[in-house]
Write a protein that binds this ligand. Structure first.
Ligand code: 5AD
Ligand code: SF4
Length: 488
């Protein structure tokens, strides 16, 4: 188990668990964390062994950050993290942005059931985006009765309380909130890396792109207060974090619901001033409202990384309109020009959907045209997936798979060819890399991330992990470099 923070322990000491639970958060959760510690301790004494937990995360960086918070709570209540799903508590944080993510979860549930038969103490919990869909919850509560706890995206902070409920009631606990105004601060979290961390700056999405289920499962946009964000990052820096990734479905609309209003660019300026913080990343930026102010802040910044993820989705103005993206092909290309003019060494990456309803060969050629003109460092390419409840799912002109697949293959080939040329542009130069881990294939090498998000492998040992060091890029392998350490 990770060492617990002294302040957190002091707070818990002042909570009286012989009384009824407090109403206000986060004290209510502290109360249940303390209650659960007693229960876990008793179970451990009874079994004569520690209780273990395994947390599995599917999906985006938001989910990854949520999983760190969930694991933080599991750790605080006394579960010991293990690598195996043969654990006493197994938690799946799910994604539903495309159908194959859902299928993966149903696939795993059968396996979990067989493990639970062998270990009656096992608790299975499911949370995340997929659980915000009523038909999913219905299916699980009727056909997967061995699941113990189901909760959604809005109440992850309640994990200790939900486990407590499960332990005392011996019944399946289902707690899904349709939406929330609430942002609960100051709960534990267990970061995957000591030197870098995701930081939520906002939750939810108001954009309703017609193919996308996110606004339905993550709710309306809510921004965290700038002072809470800055305070959290300051604390992280004190704990050794050098790089933060600011997270939001659309960071460009950060601050619109706050009083006083604040723009994302202004927030970045405040974060830039945090001493000891070395790198700032963010995602995702919606092209419709990426401001000139943001471009300027990025150009002037010494800490904001030279990388922008700018989802295109389609290059066809006609399709973009039906997707409700609120920009057209020309506006997107003009935006890319403005960004490149201000920040010439920026690396651009994107998301593209192939086979949106009604997509013609001509529309697809527009996408290929944008890809050839922008020349992305990399692109995540997706086959359109029909999501129940979204406007696009009800469109009649769905494109058949035999048409979509060849387009997808053509796009992928183009994207990869361009990326392998673009990604070698810094060959021969010295760039700073944040060393993240030992090389997978060679234990005399380490792997670092460059400002523009490309990885570099170079000779080094474990003492470099978490350090930012200059590296000469000696070989380009398309998506990554090989290098050697250079002088400071
Ligand atoms: N089908 C395919 N891809 C999708 N995305 C979102 N919804 C869908 C869908 N229904 C992709 C978009 C988005 C990324 C996170 O997932 O490209 O930017
Ligand atoms: Fe989905 Fe569009 Fe919101 Fe992104 S901006 S999460 S694609 S609705």
């Amino acid at each position: 188990m990770k060492p617990l923070s002294k302040e957190f322990e002091e707070t818990l000491e002042n909570i009286d668990i012989t009384k009824i639970p407090p109403e206000e958060e986060p004290n209510r959760q502290y109360y249940f964390i303390k209650k659960m510690r007693e229960i876990i301790k008793q179970e451990e004494e009874m079994l004569g062994r520690p209780l273990t937990c395994k947390s599995v995360c599917i999906g985006c960086q938001m989910n990854a950050r949520d999983s760190e918070k969930l694991l933080g709570i599991l750790n605080e209540i006394g579960y010991h993290e293990t690598d195996s799903e043969e654990a006493d508590f197994v938690l799946y944080n799910t994604c539903t942005v495309r159908e194959n993510a859902n299928l993966r979860v149903y696939g795993r549930l059968g396996h979990l059931n067989s493990l639970k038969r062998k270990n009656p103490h096992m608790v299975i919990a499911l949370c995340g985006c997929m659980m915000q869909e009523p038909q999913v919850v219905e299916k699980i509560t009727s056909s997967y009765r061995f699941v113990d706890i189901i909760f959604g995206t809005h109440n992850i902070f309640k994990l200790a309380e939900l486990i407590f409920q499960r332990k005392v009631s011996q019944k399946m606990v289902v707690d899904i909130w349709p939406d929330t105004e609430k942002i609960v601060e100051e709960l534990p979290s267990d970061r995957k890396y000591p030197f870098k961390s995701g930081v939520n700056i906002m939750f939810g999405c108001n954009n309703f792109c017609s193919y996308c289920i996110v606004p339905y499962v993550r709710g309306r946009e809510r921004s965290r207060k700038p002072e809470d964000i800055v305070q959290e990052i300051r604390q992280m820096v004190q704990d050794g974090v050098k790089e933060v990734m600011l997270l939001g479905q659309n960071v460009n609309s950060y601050g619109k619901n706050l009083d006083p209003r604040i723009t994302f660019a202004q927030l970045l300026r405040q974060i830039e001033e945090i001493d000891g913080l070395e790198r700032i990343r963010f995602m995702t930026s919606h092209p419709k409202d990426l401001s000139d102010e943001l471009i300027q802040v990025m150009a002037e910044s010494k800490k904001i990384c030279r990388h922008l993820h700018l989802p295109l989705q389609s290059g066809s103005s006609r399709i973009l309109k039906i997707m409700n993206r609120k920009y057209d092909k020309e506006q997107y290309l003009a935006l890319v020009d403005r960004i490149r003019q201000a920040i010439p060494d920026i690396s651009l990456t994107t998301d593209i959907i192939v086979g949106f309803p009604g997509e013609t060969e001509e529309d697809f050629e527009d996408t290929m045209d944008v890809v050839r003109r922008v020349r992305y460092d990399s692109a995540f390419t997706f086959i359109y997936s029909k999501r129940t409840g979204t406007p696009a799912a009800a469109m009649e002109n769905q494109v058949p798979p035999e048409v979509v697949k060849p387009r997808f293959d053509r796009l992928l080939k183009e994207v990869q060819q361009i990326a392998s040329q673009v990604c070698s542009r810094d060959l021969g130069t010295v760039q700073k890399a944040l060393v993240e881990e030992m090389d997978d294939h060679d234990d005399s090498m380490v792997t670092g991330r460059l400002s523009n998000n490309i990885m570099v492998h170079f000779p080094g040992d474990a003492s470099l992990i978490g350090e930012i060091v200059p590296v000469k890029l000696t070989e380009s392998h398309g998506f990554y470099y090989m290098g050697v350490r250079a002088e400071e």
